[in-house]
Ligand binder design. Structure first.
Ligand code: HEM
Length: 181
């Protein structure tokens, strides 16, 4: 009987010492981290955690004149157009915003300037109420360069509208989920 009690006491002491060994500060921290991570993954999504949309994207029709104010000045977003598509390039404000190296394109149809790699004034549509630049005289190389820029913008920025000539505003169809309907 003595032997049995001794063995039980020995086993109890073993368990107690194992528990004490386990309860080191490092293990407690790791356990806390494990429980917190598990809780974070498993807890139901809170409606209060939905991030606020900084500014809802509304598809709009622009003419060269109505696009002009979107040049980043007076806290406006920065838009530019490439072959009729208006991109919100506000996240590239350091490039296109006031004082940026490409600010000449802000609020403008940038197609010709990008195709020709030029910041010259004559690259931009002069008559804001006239027809859009059809780019009909561009060379294959210039068109390829323009396509490259367009692909970059499509990957990086949101399309927020379409650029049309004054008088053509009503002819624009609304975009569908897969482009223009
Ligand atoms: C001396 C000549 C030039 C230099 C050193 C230069 C330099 C740069 C640099 C460092 C970037 C940033 C690249 C990145 O991190 O994404 C950039 C972007 C860009 N450059 Fe230039 N560039 C030059 C000429 C031009 C010209 C001639 C044009 C067109 C007319 C142009 C249009 C752009 C555009 C549209 C971007 C993209 C900005 C964005 O991501 O939205 N650059 N350039």
């Amino acid at each position: 009987m003595d032997y049995v009690e001794k063995r039980v006491a020995q086993e109890a002491a073993k368990v107690a010492s194992t528990t004490t060994e386990f309860l080191t500060p490092l293990n407690l921290i790791l356990l806390g981290l494990f429980l917190w991570t598990t809780y974070t993954f498993l807890r139901p999504a809170s409606p209060y955690l939905v991030p606020a949309d900084p500014h809802a994207t509304i598809f709009k029709v622009f003419t060269p004149r109505t696009l002009l104010p979107f040049n980043g000045e007076n806290n406006q977003p920065v838009y530019l157009a490439v072959r009729g598509r208006v991109f919100d390039v506000s996240s590239g404000r350091s490039f296109y915003g006031p004082g940026g190296p490409y600010s000449n394109f802000a609020g403008r149809d940038a197609s010709r300037g990008l195709a020709c790699g030029s910041f010259d004034e004559e690259m931009l549509t002069k008559d804001l109420d006239g027809p859009l630049d059809k780019l009909a005289d561009l060379t294959p190389d210039q068109l390829e360069a323009l396509q490259g820029w367009e692909d970059k913008f499509t990957d990086k920025y949101l399309v927020v509208g379409k650029l049309v000539a004054v008088g053509d505003e009503k002819t624009v169809k609304r975009p569908s989920a897969c482009g223009f309907a």
